[in-house]
Design a protein. Structure first.
Length: 732
């Protein structure tokens, strides 16, 4: 392919970017769906075809192995030659390549070991034990975050300023120093260390830096808005005075500030280099006009943007559907009904994506899809009942019902950490195996026979007493009947779950895991309580409500996700959706406090990042976009009256088709057709059920055969019932 053929397939802005004059740096502001990867690979091909660079002199850096492999493949296709001479890879991959080539200069053994995140976590736990630090007070995840955060800033322990009286920083620095000593002795390098060590290699060995500065005359960076402090410093150092930088990014798609990405690098780049050509790629090849115009209007609310306006030749397309549901169950039913309509039109399920702000939102949506037998796949994550923190809570629940449940015992005997080490657990396992008894019984015997050290025995005994208390509290088997709720009635299922989650101390444990990850775990645990509240129990002989719920959780976790090649609906968080596109996209849960997330309202700059996240979600849609919110939402174990997200009102009405204008949440009557009869129920109405007796109607949701009502029975407590089967009678 000659140079003219190389440019013929590009639009005018893309051609301008690809042909930036030698001697200039470039900042390509690439809007969503504007062909940024196309521009990057064509730029490399153009440099080589015109003789401006040799393959040996090109360095292209991106953020994922998948993106790097795609880039390499497309370069080879364009040039009809192997891309082996040029360096194309991730930041970490290229840093690793440098360190392998210069391990002696970097002060590393030839066969240095790379620690992944789990390896690093385990090593930090060892450091805490060596320093005699309690994991409850000094959580390993928090220490891990501290170390990686400072490495990402290019800071070794001696470079960190200690604030007088800051106990946390003082302890964390001790952990950082000891961790570094062990890594140095082992010849181990974690992910953050790869970049920092490569940067320090350049600083300390001038001859190495000058060699690569002479070699790499052209440095291309993808997703520039996602670079952190050390990555940008590394690029600047390598470019020096001679290297030409070609940075491609989009300040409107910077959504990873919580993990260290510095959107400021885009602005700093223009300050650091005088001859930067700014080129905007605004023609979108993905979405329809109405979707783009709505997204443009939304993101325009952010300040300090470099600014661009996406447009398309694809026509206006359909208006964005906006659906206001009564609650999250009705929202999920609406989404599933729309998906069924899409499938009926002959489309594939894999063309549909459901995007949400919080992982905890997936549970209700998963259940609705399972109920309608629609295969789905959680992209970049796990189904609700498969998540580690949910499995932890379920293990406590199972153990409270059955002390001989060995898998549950092993899972939570030291979760949260309570000083029960691996050697103690091995002793328990060995006795259980020799005697043919459960781990629980073996633990009791070891305590009774003084077969454990005093410290281990106390720790195991406190765990046993905790589980016994849980069982007594929720099942009413303790000396004092604690299974009563505050009103003197039996605990409802959700109250039992909440009680055990609180007693387990899991929430406090995950609170110590700072940032989005720890918060997501807490939200999932609170959502488990909501799952208990909404669980419909049909009595069977030999199983109580908690047992039925645990069986339900096991069966749902066992339902196979659609595999990579199967036709299933795609479900994911908004953060996971970046870089993807789908013909039909559902953006659910647009309510204040949920999206934008409550945490964003308290931190400077976070609200604008949330708006960018909404913009990213909207621009994933090619043909149809559906936005929904609920007036009442049970999430994280609580029922809340909500108001639509500010992002909804920031989209001009001309691009919106409001599907239905709902009545007030407190509407007085509820009608359900049943056997061609029309029955009316009012909130507060007294009702009679053949099994549960008399009660008062508190709430309702849905319509038709699947309509449900919430009734507080005088004797049996509060229940959700499906009207088609409940056979409720009005009293009076």
């Amino acid at each position: 392919m000659d140079v003219s053929d190389l440019l013929n397939s590009l639009n005018s802005a893309q051609r301008e970017a690809v042909c930036v004059s030698p001697g200039h740096h470039a900042l390509i502001l690439a809007g969503a769906g504007s062909g940024k990867t196309r521009v990057l690979v064509h730029r490399i091909a153009w440099l080589i075809r015109t003789g401006a660079a040799s393959p040996y002199g090109v360095l292209a850096v991106t953020f994922t192995n998948k993106a790097a492999n795609e880039m390499r493949g497309r370069i080879e296709e364009l040039l009809a030659m192997p891309a082996s001479g040029m360096w194309v890879g991730t930041f970490h991959g290229i840093a690793h390549r440098l360190l392998r080539a210069h391990y002696q200069e970097a002060g590393l053994p030839q066969g240095f070991q790379i620690l992944d995140s789990d390896d690093q976590y385990r090593l930090i736990r060892r450091v805490l034990r060596e320093l005699d630090l309690d994991e409850k007070q000094w959580p390993p995840r928090q220490m891990q975050g501290f170390i990686n955060r400072h490495k990402d800033r290019g800071e070794r322990p001696d470079q960190i300023k200690v604030h007088q009286g800051d106990l946390f920083q003082d302890v964390a620095l001790k952990v950082y120093r000891r961790y570094e000593e062990i890594c140095r002795r082992r010849g181990a390098v974690d992910f953050a260390e790869l970049l920092l060590r490569a940067y320090e290699l350049f600083l300390s060995r001038r001859e190495v830096l000058e060699h690569y500065q002479r070699r790499f005359s052209h440095i291309l960076i993808d997703e520039f808005q996602d670079t952190n402090t050390i990555q940008y410093a590394w690029i600047k150092l390598l470019a020096g005075d001679r290297g030409e930088l070609f940075a491609v990014g989009d300040d409107d798609q910077s959504i990873y500030g919580w993990r260290g990405a510095q959107i400021e690098n885009i602005h700093q780049y223009q300050r650091d280099y005088a001859n930067v050509e700014l080129i905007r790629l605004e023609q979108n090849y993905r979405s329809t006009g109405n979707i783009l115009n709505a997204a443009n209007a939304l993101i325009a609310k952010n300040a300090d943007r470099l600014g661009k306006n996406l447009w398309t030749e694809y026509g206006e397309g359909e208006l964005i559907k906006l659906y206001g549901a009564f609650n999250e169950l009705e929202e999920a039913r609406y989404v599933v009904e729309q998906i069924e309509g899409w499938i009926a039109e002959g489309h594939a399920r894999s063309e549909v994506a459901i995007l949400y702000r919080s992982n905890a939102q997936s549970r209700v949506l998963e259940e609705a899809l399972l109920y309608r037998s629609i295969p789905y796949r959680i992209y970049g994550g796990m189904r609700f009942f498969e998540r580690a923190e949910i499995k932890d809570a379920l293990a406590y629940l199972r153990l409270s019902m059955n002390r001989d449940d060995d898998p549950s015992f092993e899972r939570v005997v030291n979760t949260p950490p309570r000083g029960i080490g691996a050697r103690t657990v091995d002793n328990i396992r060995e006795l259980a195996r020799d005697r043919g008894i459960s781990l629980w019984r073996a633990a009791e015997e070891l305590i009774a026979s003084k077969g454990l050290t005093a410290r281990a025995a106390n720790a195991v005994d406190s765990f046993i007493q905790l589980v016994e208390q849980m069982a007594g509290d929720v099942q009413g088997s303790s000396d004092v009947d604690m299974s009563l709720n505050d009103e003197g009635g039996q605990m409802d299922l959700h109250e039992q779950i909440d009680h055990i989650v609180q007693l387990s101390n899991l929430i406090e444990h995950f609170k110590k895991e700072k940032g989005e990850r720890g918060q997501a775990r807490i939200e999932n645990l609170e959502e488990l309580v909501s799952a208990g509240r909404q669980f419909e129990f049909e009595e069977e002989e030999g199983i109580d409500e908690l047992g039925a719920f645990l069986a339900h959780a096991a069966l749902e976790a066992g339902e196979r996700q659609a595999g990579e090649g199967e036709d299933g609906v795609q479900m994911m968080t908004l953060h996971s959706a970046k870089g993807l596109e789908f013909p039909l996209v559902f953006l659910v849960g647009l309510e204040e406090g949920l999206f934008p997330h409550q945490m964003s309202l308290d931190e400077p700059g976070r609200l604008e990042e949330e708006r960018r996240l909404c913009y990213v979600g909207m621009t994933r849609a090619r043909e149809r976009l559906v936005i929904s919110y609920a007036e009442v939402r049970r999430l994280y174990g609580q029922e809340k009256y909500t108001r639509p997200s500010r992002f909804v009102s920031e989209i001009p009405a001309e691009f919106i088709d409001e599907v239905r204008i709902r009545g007030q949440v407190s509407q007085p009557l509820y009608r359900v057709p049943e056997e061609e009869q029309s029955h009316e129920f009012s909130l507060g109405q007294r009702l009679f059920h053949a099994k549960f007796g008399e009660g008062t109607l508190l709430d309702f949701e849905g319509s038709g055969a699947q309509a449900r009502v919430q009734v507080k029975f005088d004797r049996a407590g509060t229940k959700w019932l499906v009207l088609a089967y409940a056979k409720l009678e009005r009293i009076g």
